[in-house]
Design a protein around this ligand. Structure first.
Ligand SMILES: Nc1ncnc2c1ncn2[C@@H]1O[C@H](COP(=O)(O)OP(=O)(O)O)[C@@H](O)[C@H]1O
Ligand SMILES: [Mg+2]
Length: 292
């Protein structure tokens, strides 16, 4: 099998511990190309998994393949096809944005000319052209993050790992990054991102995996996850934008219609909406914890 035909990521019975702390307790995953979000609270093991998949950390048992290549046996090949942007920006503060890009381009073996063209394009896409000549130490958090991602894209990776790409960013920078991530995926780059934010997973990912207690406790589209929890809520409004009551239902037409009939008989003028569970509620039910 050529690696191009293989799943993006395949994980079987993957375990990893640090001393007596069992962090990953047997993960199984098969992911096609696309945008995947690994959702989990702080300490769940997201960075550990990303580091294993990007060949930085060895796992204990089980198997992991990235683009059809084994993370143990084909480290170098994998490293040539992926890029990793970590939780903490890894750009050199003493250099300018453009210098960082040029350095990485040359390090990845691009010609001087290709590096220059690619750097100019990335600076433009990430709206950093005006700041290109300035030292990174003068950049805002959002600008650094963007540069960090631009740097990781210089060698046109097939797959990019983004470990909590928007943690600590303001709403506006977060939105810009989301737009860039979506555009990247549109251009054929697959993305594996980790996040503590439900909204981020919901907005960006084709598929969401929830990591909790060392296992993937849910895996599917946002809509499938909501389905899994089941049920809907009938909200009763007073007509002035206030919710005055909520009725939990399993969501079947019959059950909803009975509730509505009872309500209509008693208070015919009341306003109602039927609401599906939010991802927050899904997360709470799966993990017993509130999401960030
Ligand atoms: N290098 C390490 N040595 C010892 N323990 C570690 C190491 N890296 C991570 N851990 C532990 O593994 C657990 C998962 O950490 P991590 O993968 O960073 O979680 P997340 O990225 O989801 O916040 C935590 O309990 C953390 O303390
Ligand atoms: Mg982490």
């Amino acid at each position: 099998m050529r690696y191009t035909d293989a799943p993006l990521i395949e994980v079987e019975g993957l375990t990893k511990g640090f001393g007596r702390n069992e962090v990953l307790k047997g993960l199984d995953l098969t992911l096609p190309p696309g945008i995947h979000a690994l959702l989990g609270p702080n300490g769940a093991g997201k960075t550990t998994l990303v580091n294993i998949l990007s060949t930085l950390t060895p796992h204990d048992s089980g198997a992991a393949r990235v683009l059809g290549l084994d993370v143990r046996g084909d480290k170098k090949k994998i490293q040539g096809l992926i890029s990793l942007t970590g939780q903490y920006a890894a750009v050199d503060e003493r250099l300018s944005g453009a210098e960082n890009l040029h350095m990485m381009g040359r390090l990845f073996g691009l010609s001087r000319r290709d590096t220059a063209a690619r750097a100019a394009d990335l600076l433009d896409r990430f709206d950093l052209t005006r700041a290109a000549g300035k030292r990174v130490s003068t950049y805002s958090g959002g600008m650094r993050r963007k540069l960090d991602i631009a740097v990781s894209l210089i060698a046109r990776p097939r797959l990019i790992f983004l470990d909590e790409p928007t943690t600590g960013l303001d709403t506006r920078s977060r939105q810009t990054l989301w737009d860039e991530i979506t555009a990247l995926a549109g251009g054929g780059t697959s993305i594996f991102l980790t996040t503590q934010y439900l909204e981020e997973a919901d907005v960006l990912a084709d598929r969401i995996m929830v990591l909790h207690g060392g296992r993937i406790v849910a895996d599917g589209t946002a809509s499938q996850l909501k389905e899994r929890v089941g049920g809907s809520t009938i909200q009763v409004h007073d007509g002035h934008g206030n919710v005055t009551g909520e009725i939990a239902t399993r969501g079947s037409a019959l059950e909803v219609s009975r509730h509505l009939a009872a309500l209509a008989a008693e208070r015919p003028d009341v306003q109602v909406t039927v609401r599906r569970p939010t991802l927050d509620e899904v997360f709470l039910q799966l993990t017993g914890k509130k999401a960030a």
